[in-house]
Write a protein that binds this ligand. Structure first.
Ligand SMILES: [Zn+2]
Length: 65
């Protein structure tokens, strides 16, 4: 199934963190936290904490950092 979301892409993976850096807050996603991978409309992938993926979906990927 490839449902389309018009604004901010969709979560493509959710699992435990692997210590990689969150694209929302630049802090590592620890193994005891949830790691959300999101595919943007331009096919790039972003990795977030759960709290950060919610912000990203509100503001969209084009804000950058
Ligand atoms: Zn984060």
């Amino acid at each position: 199934m490839r449902a389309r979301c018009p604004d901010a892409g969709g979560i493509t993976f959710a699992g435990l963190g692997t210590g990689q850096t969150c694209d929302g807050c630049d802090e590592p996603i620890l193994p005891e936290e949830m790691d959300y991978t999101v595919e943007a409309p331009d096919r790039r992938n972003f990795r977030f904490h759960v709290r950060c993926v919610l912000l990203w979906q509100m503001y969209g990927p084009q804000r950058g950092r």
